[in-house]
Design a protein around this ligand. Structure first.
Ligand SMILES: Nc1ncnc2c1ncn2[C@@H]1O[C@H](COP(=O)(O)OP(=O)(O)OP(=O)(O)O)[C@@H](O)[C@H]1O
Length: 290
């Protein structure tokens, strides 16, 4: 077997199933397709083959499915990882240079150039894009309980507007390299790659090939200050705002109120306190760029 495609037929409100139907006729004989039956199953299906060095494991679904698959492949990280993006947001694939047409995407997922990328770890959970705490994690918690439609951004915007009414910055302490600093915090995002929530460029400098997190720490903001800043997140220019601090690190610990949610790849993974760590060059991925 050369590849195992892990298909979440529910991802992207039916997009994953449709993409599968488009590529099905082009699948070589040495490609196995397995379907998830519910939350957590993609992790199990990935873990079954995590020790096979010559195998490409392709996650067919959205970022939530990719998150589950990478958690089955790590910590061994021996297989090659690839994606067939078919979720509502598709943020991870933005860094991999995949083509748009289903047939060309399949070619990259099965035969694209190999590249090593970093993977983030937050407590015992692995992530590909961004892990964060504060306003965005609270919104992610809400969004995951609601049906996503279209490109995923709309439901995030609804979640943002809803939470804006009552959300308050909380005192958080960030530990980096033996030093620490406490500030009222609107949100903190540690990016292994730049995007989340369907194209928001929250950590614009993040690069999964540099062995570092690019951390964006947004201090206390007035309610009226949030919306203009938000519009800048799509271009990544929010980092120039005086209430936004950025830095790079291999590891950080965040302390704060223990009821505050923590997300990774948009999935809720626990509460504060947390330690986030980069695992450099943790896994091989197939990419559209040579
Ligand atoms: N067979 C299944 N039935 C119901 N839920 C499933 C099934 N298989 C996986 N899941 C769950 O579906 C969730 C959503 O998947 P995913 O995030 O890939 O799609 P999405 O939410 O449409 O896309 P995106 O994350 O890009 O917005 C995952 O968190 C996973 O736990």
């Amino acid at each position: 077997m050369a590849a195992r495609i892990i298909l979440n037929p529910t991802a992207g409100n039916g997009k994953a199933q449709k993409l599968f139907e488009l590529i099905q006729a082009h699948l070589p004989n040495d490609v196995e397709v397995v379907r998830t039956t519910g939350p957590g199953h993609a992790t199990e299906l990935a873990r079954q083959v995590a020790d096979q060095e010559d195998l490409t494991v392709v996650s067919l679904g959205g970022d939530g499915t990719h998150h589950e698959v990478i958690n089955g492949l790590m910590p061994e990280g021996k297989t090659i990882f690839a994606v067939l993006p078919a979720g509502t947001g598709n943020d991870f694939v933005r860094t991999l240079g995949y083509p748009k047409s289903p047939r060309a995407m399949l070619d990259v997922a099965l035969y694209g150039a190999e590249r090593r990328i970093d993977v983030g770890r937050v407590n015992d959970e692995y992530f590909l894009t961004v892990s964060g705490v504060g306003f965005d994690a609270e919104v992610a918690g809400w969004v995951n309980q609601h049906e996503k439609k279209g490109n995923g951004t709309w439901i995030f915007l609804r979640g943002i507007l809803r939470h804006l009414v009552h959300f308050q910055a909380e005192q958080m302490t960030i530990h980096v390299d033996g030093a620490f600093r406490s500030e009222p915090t609107f949100l903190l995002a540690a990016g292994n790659s730049p995007y989340y929530a369907g194209g928001m460029k929250i950590c614009p400098e993040a690069d999964p090939g540099d062995g570092l997190f690019h951390v964006v720490w947004v201090k206390d903001l007035s309610r009226l200050g949030v919306l203009p800043l938000l519009t800048r997140v799509f271009r990544g220019t929010h980092v120039q705002h005086p209430q936004v601090k950025t830095f790079q690190t291999e590891q950080l610990t965040v302390e704060g109120p223990p009821n505050m949610l923590v997300h990774a790849d948009g999935e809720i993974v626990g509460h504060l306190p947390v330690t986030m760590t980069v695992i450099p060059a943790a896994i091989r991925v197939r990419t559209g760029r040579s």
